[in-house]
Design a protein around this ligand. Structure first.
Ligand code: PGA
Length: 249
């Protein structure tokens, strides 16, 4: 059975004190889910959160990383640094990084490799803009993002990746892809993987949906056959709504 995930991407929100309060609320919110829960706070929270999560099943994720181990890269954070504070997952290629920091799928492929080489798991985001969807280009865009970002990997490496489909038009907008729209793209992603890596890899890779997931739409989305969980933004900043989404599995 494919692994399920509910991952909360806090983006650039909450200082350390407020972040600790929210994490403690999440820990105490009696999440009872078959999904692996991941909290993905800003970098400066990670070390403290690692201590707070020692007796919890919640895993820790980071929002980005650099593609080299160390060196003169002012302002960057390396994968060995993330590993040293207990990070297990790294989000790569979020549309905010692609749009505001000009990250592209080819440069992301080096980060993906770096994360895997250190034994962590990438959460690789892909998705189309509204214009691309309206012009019917969304499948081409997603295929290109997958091919350039991931398809240099071998089978085992790809199976260690988690994919997140995040239509850019649904992120932070309150507009969610309908379960039918999301399922259609998830199924396309799985078929694209199958065409390169075969059915075993395609059937076993987890594909998350992201974009305005809320407690009232999570169940319907997670019930779709090719949706294996969610990457949650805004609704992850409230313990009750994050727990309700997690408990939708
Ligand atoms: P949202 O963000 O849930 O606030 O739409 C999703 C994401 O950016 O991963």
């Amino acid at each position: 059975m494919r692994q399920k995930f509910v991952a909360g991407n806090w983006k650039m929100n909450l200082d350390l004190d407020d972040g600790k309060d929210l994490l403690i609320e999440i820990i105490n919110s009696s999440i009872d889910s078959t999904a692996q829960i991941i909290v993905i706070p800003p970098y400066i929270h990670l070390s403290k959160f690692n201590q707070l999560l020692t007796s919890s099943n919640i895993a820790l994720g980071a929002q980005n990383c650099h593609q080299q181990d160390s060196g003169a890269f002012t302002g960057e954070i390396s994968v060995p640094m993330l590993k040293s504070v207990g990070v297990e997952y790294v989000v790569l290629g979020h549309s905010e990084r692609r749009n505001y920091y000009f990250e592209d799928s080819i440069s992301l492929s080096f980060k993906v490799q770096q994360v895997l080489d250190h034994g962590l798991r990438p959460i690789y985001c892909c998705g189309e803009t509204l214009d691309q969807r309206q012009e019917g280009l969304h499948f081409d865009e997603i295929r290109t993002q997958l091919k350039e970002g991931l398809f240099k990997l071998n089978e085992m490496e790809l199976l260690n990746c988690v994919i997140a489909y995040e239509p850019v038009w649904a992120i932070g907008t309150g507009v969610t892809a309908s379960p039918e729209q999301a399922q259609e793209v998830h199924s396309f992603i799985r078929k694209t993987i199958a065409s390169v890596y075969g059915d075993m890899v395609a059937d076993n890779i987890s594909i998350l949906y992201g974009g305005s997931v809320k407690p009232d739409n999570a169940k319907e989305l997670f019930n779709c056959p090719d949706i294996d969980g969610g990457l949650i933004g805004g609704a992850a900043l409230n313990a009750d709504s994050f727990a309700a989404i997690a408990n939708s599995f």
